[in-house]
Design a protein around this ligand. Structure first.
Ligand code: ZN
Ligand code: ZN
Length: 244
């Protein structure tokens, strides 16, 4: 599932294409759901060879939609304000769910999509700083407030730009969310920052899936400048190519 066409959210498919065409994935085709134009955008980056051997590209429905993935897993998606179209994603299985905000500005659609989830994996690009007027991203207060409104049991912050103060971001999100306990926890070189309420227990499986998901996302946790994998969201890229 690709939420939108900004490169920090889709260029990993280039490496996966190599795996699928020439590596252990050869002979199989992976279904990729994403916004219209994803296939063409990837081909524009790196040529057309191999993409259709590796992937079956399927366009997300406009506005919102639902995808039956199989084995009882259902993916719901809903458009949120960012690069149009950008879709937040909710993954459900046996009545339990986790939700990923994608990139977005404050919005009601994400609150409704994430309603009652065990874990909301939420971007907070600006940490404790306020988001400048007109920039479609979240800061830590926004993320905490939206998680509280959605009634999720756990908030996990990702996509925090490295120039912002990490501890201040944690404090701001904790206050807005009303968390009773919080991380960070370490997983390899990345820090994963999480917050829990005591409203409901968080299943271990949901937490593990959410942490793995967050580590797969560019900008996971609020890492230091030296460890942050985010380049397109950093100040250098931002000055030349806009927000991602
Ligand atoms: Zn983006
Ligand atoms: Zn991004």
């Amino acid at each position: 599932m690709i939420t939108h066409l900004h490169p920090d959210h889709c260029v990993d498919l280039m490496a996966l294409r190599v795996y699928m065409v020439w590596g252990p994935g050869a002979g199989r085709v992976l279904t990729v759901h994403g916004p219209p134009g994803l296939r063409e955008r990837l081909m524009a980056f790196s040529g057309s060879y191999g993409w259709d051997r590796a992937f079956d590209f399927r366009e997300l429905a406009a506005g919102e939609g639902q995808i039956e993935v199989g084995d009882g897993v259902v993916v719901r998606h809903r458009e949120v304000p960012h690069l149009p179209p950008t879709h937040a994603v909710r993954v459900e299985h046996e009545g339990r769910a986790i939700c990923f905000s994608a990139d977005c500005g404050p919005n009601q659609a994400l609150v409704e999509l994430a309603r009652g989830c065990e874990v909301l994996v939420c971007e907070c690009s600006f940490g404790a700083e306020r988001v400048p007027e007109g920039v479609p991203h979240l800061d830590a207060r926004d993320a905490g407030a939206m998680a509280a409104r959605a009634g999720v049991a756990c908030l996990l912050l990702v996509h925090c730009s490295p120039e912002f103060d990490r501890e201040a971001a944690l404090a701001a999100a904790r206050d807005a969310f009303g968390a009773r306990s919080h991380g960070p926890a370490r997983r390899g070189r990345d820090r994963v920052n999480w917050f829990r309420t005591r409203r409901r227990p968080v299943g271990r499986r949901a937490m593990v899936i959410a942490v793995v998901l967050s580590l797969l996302l560019r900008g996971s946790g609020t890492p230091t400048r030296s460890t942050c994998p985010v380049r397109s969201c950093g100040s250098a890229a931002r000055s030349s190519s806009g927000w991602s």
